[in-house]
Design a protein around this ligand. Structure first.
Ligand code: SAM
Length: 281
């Protein structure tokens, strides 16, 4: 099997499973992705355009789709290091009135589900009234345990305080792709999980390379995979001009700060045990 170094800082054009299978086990620190959602050309709303990829139909039988996603997630589990994480973005979908929840297939993989994060995108794709407007997507924090420890290390307070509901608007600026990440999203994950460590970050459905640009700007090595030649070229060009996106990464970084941890606040007497609120000293 090829050394992980041969994959570093590359955007590889190919099928996700073919490329992952060529990678060595326990070699990547962190992964972030949003796969195609098997939307079958549906869910075109009044407010958003239909999601159409350049080289991928996104139209599979749902059970084949779920089997494929399980295979991809298990292959990712193999290549991620013990104690490493993978952040998997997906959403609740409905087929003929029946809800399909991402945990239906995620729970069949080898990963430990560490958290379900609600991504409040603050805009609904479809504003018909069959349901309350769906403004959220989900981000699953998946964890590969180190030995018997299923819990893993604590997040630092400056990251944990960002909570389990992320209010980040969808990307508006990249019209060449139907569903790019806003750069704040992978940036939040990389900052929180890798903190001051240097690591390798993979996005196996990298599209325009948003995760890779964020990893590069934060000083990490990256690996991107996408089946579309057009998107791979787009991602490579974006990586060349990565500095142009630095200000948004810095703005996200500024949110990762605390003036005092909860422990310090208690120690210094700022915390009122009775009212469970900060005291105005
Ligand atoms: C939701 S998009 C990812 C967008 C990305 N997060 C970004 O910021 O641009 C999913 C991507 O998966 C790619 N894709 C679909 N099937 C694939 C396969 N079998 N192997 C690799 N990539 C695939 C599509 O070309 C598409 O760019």
């Amino acid at each position: 099997m090829a050394d992980i170094k041969t994959f570093l800082n590359k955007v590889i054009c190919g099928d996700v499973l073919d490329v992952l299978k060529a990678m060595p086990s326990d070699s990547v620190d962190l992964g972030i992705t949003s796969p195609p959602y098997n939307k079958k050309g549906k869910n075109k709303g009044w407010l958003v355009d239909k999601v159409v990829y350049s080289d991928y139909g996104d139209n599979m039988d749902e059970s084949d789709y779920q089997r494929w996603q399980i295979d991809v997630l298990n292959e990712l589990y193999r290549i991620i290091k013990e104690g490493g994480s993978f952040f998997y973005n997906h959403k609740l979908r409905w087929e003929r009135g029946k809800m399909i929840h991402p945990l239906e297939w995620i729970s069949k993989t080898r990963w430990v589900v560490r958290q379900e994060i609600i991504w409040n995108r603050k805009i609904a794709g479809n504003i018909r009234g069959w349901r309350f407007w769906q403004v959220d997507e989900r981000i699953y924090w998946l964890y590969k345990p180190k030995g018997d420890n299923l819990i893993g290390e604590e997040l630092k307070p400056q990251h944990a305080k960002l909570s389990s509901v992320w209010e980040i608007r969808p990307e508006q600026g990249l019209k060449e792709h139907p569903a790019p990440f806003p750069i704040e999203l992978p940036t939040r994950i990389i900052l929180s999980i890798l903190d001051d460590k240097r690591g390798v970050v993979i996005d196996p459905f990298c599209g325009t390379g948003t995760t890779l640009v964020s990893a590069k700007l934060l000083g990490h090595d990256y690996i991107g995979i996408d089946i579309s030649k057009d998107y791979v070229e787009l991602a490579k060009a974006r990586l060349e001009r990565a500095q142009e996106e630095l200000s948004r990464v810095i703005r996200e970084k500024e949110l990762h700060s605390v003036s005092m941890t909860f422990e310090e606040r208690k120690r210094k007497g700022y915390w009122d045990k009775k009212t469970r609120q900060n005291k105005l000293l």
